[in-house]
Design a protein around this ligand. Structure first.
Ligand code: TYD
Ligand code: MG
Length: 425
């Protein structure tokens, strides 16, 4: 058969059909729901909540779709009884899931696909790719060959049957999914569930999405009855302090189209021996090193002989350059052991010369800060064509340089806890 190319203008505007999961934060990250015929990889460290989210998604899918719609949940990690136990804990046994979500305790991909063909589910879930095997290969479950081949076969199934397939994948400590980064280019979307096991908050983020943006994040909280969508993500990562804390700076960041307020924390102590420690978690290590150098050379804040620890509260990971200035001020605040006045937010990129650069979407960020009770912002000078916004209730301190920003930050007494805005009190 001859293969014909189509002129761009001839190609119809076929909207990508979507299967809404019905969990808003998940649909948001997927780009509006599951695309039939697509293969999605849900990555995350063991114990982070992948199986929980998938079972909740299965239940929500059948609740929201036609009465004939079913979901097949194949698990190579747990027995059917174990999955039932979790479903009970999640309160799913009383809903439509009891009838229309089926559990298949099976690791052989060939058999999973046979059952799925017979079943005709709207979505097939395979938990996890590390336990999936195909009989054509000899390697053990979890080996690169097995993981790849299993993924390829599930992809073929998804495409040929028009069924959305979701694969759970354990991410190893260094961040790769079962070693094979190679999986990522096979699948249509890679969605990661992140968080610290000791903290309740979970962030869902797409690192690849053929059918949507990779900018949006979803925020959940791991609770007694599974993952709960966080109603007001903007404030979810803020921590309450009884009294103003030295080394803490609140920054209005953006994750996709969503403003999130985060607390940057720094601890600076004289190094005791050897090379000083420089440790960043949730923040870019290279930026920390660079800011330490810039603070020394351009703002007279010498940290060369200090151990430095920096992190984002709540286990969040943010990489935007706008966190430079909050981090720099947190370092200065910790070194001086002087808190920055409560009710202050800080945002801006710092250059090598100690100059400050503006961030995109400043107005939205500051509006959100105002909504959450913040009354003062330290920000860089806007460009001439992008003047500094005016926000009711927020005093905006425009800083020219890093040195200037530091002076402004400490120009006001930090006050006591009664000066903390209502939301922090
Ligand atoms: P799980 O979904 O099994 O993680 P994964 O599949 O990514 O390995 O979730 C594991 C953790 O979540 C487990 O330590 C218990 C906790 N959890 C809750 O706190 N609440 C719940 O309702 C459920 C089901 C699990
Ligand atoms: Mg699991």
């Amino acid at each position: 058969m001859a293969v014909a190319a189509q002129r761009l203008g001839e190609i119809g505007e076929s909207d990508v059909p979507r299967l809404t999961v019905g969990i808003g934060e998940l649909d948001r990250v997927l780009g509006g729901g599951l695309v039939p015929g697509s293969l999605i990889l849900l990555g995350g460290e063991p114990g982070i909540g992948k199986s929980t989210l998938l079972l909740q998604a299965a239940s929500s899918l059948v609740r929201g779709s036609a009465a004939s719609a079913t979901v097949l949940y194949a698990t190579g990690e747990e027995s059917a009884a174990q999955v039932r136990l979790r479903a009970g804990r999640l309160g799913l046994l009383l809903g439509p899931a009891a009838e229309r979500v089926s559990i298949l305790a099976e690791h052989d991909v060939g058999r999973i696909i046979d059952v799925a063909r017979a079943f005709g589910p709207v979505t097939l879930i395979v938990d996890s790719v590390q336990t999936a095997t195909t009989d054509e290969l000899d390697g053990p479950a979890g080996s690169v060959g097995q993981v790849r081949e299993s993924t390829v076969r599930l992809m073929d199934f998804a495409k040929s049957e028009g069924v959305a397939v979701i694969l759970a994948g354990h991410v190893t400590k260094d961040g790769s999914i079962a070693g094979p980064k190679t999986l990522e280019h096979l699948v249509d979307a890679v969605v990661n569930l992140e968080g610290e096991w000791f903290a309740a908050l979970r962030v869902l983020r797409a690192s690849k999405n053929r059918f949507g943006s990779t900018e949006e994040v979803g925020v959940f909280e791991m609770a007694e009855a599974g993952l709960v969508e966080v109603a007001d993500p903007a404030r979810a990562f803020l921590v309450e302090h009884a009294t103003p804390a030295a080394g803490s700076v609140v920054a209005p960041t953006m994750e996709g189209s969503r403003p999130l307020l985060v607390e940057v924390q720094a601890l600076v102590t004289p190094a005791t021996y050897g090379n000083p420690v420089r440790r960043a978690s949730g923040l870019d290590q290279n930026r920390l090193n660079l800011l330490t150098a810039v603070l020394g050379r351009r703002a007279g804040i010498a940290l060369g002989s200090h151990d430095i620890y920096a992190n984002l509260a709540g286990g969040l990971v943010v990489s935007e350059p706008g966190l430079d200035l909050p981090l720099a001020l947190a370092l200065a605040s910790s070194l001086r052991d002087r808190p920055i006045a409560p009710g202050t937010v800080v945002i801006g990129e710092v250059g090598l010369l100690g100059e400050l650069r503006g961030v995109a979407g400043l107005e939205r960020r500051l509006r959100e800060a105002a909504r959450l009770g913040f009354s003062r912002a330290i920000v860089p000078q806007g460009r001439r064509d992008r003047p500094t916004p005016e926000i009711a209730g927020v005093r905006i301190d425009v800083a020219e340089t890093l040195r200037d920003a530091i002076e402004r930050a400490f120009s006001e007494p930090a006050g006591r806890s009664d000066a903390v805005p209502a939301m922090l009190g």
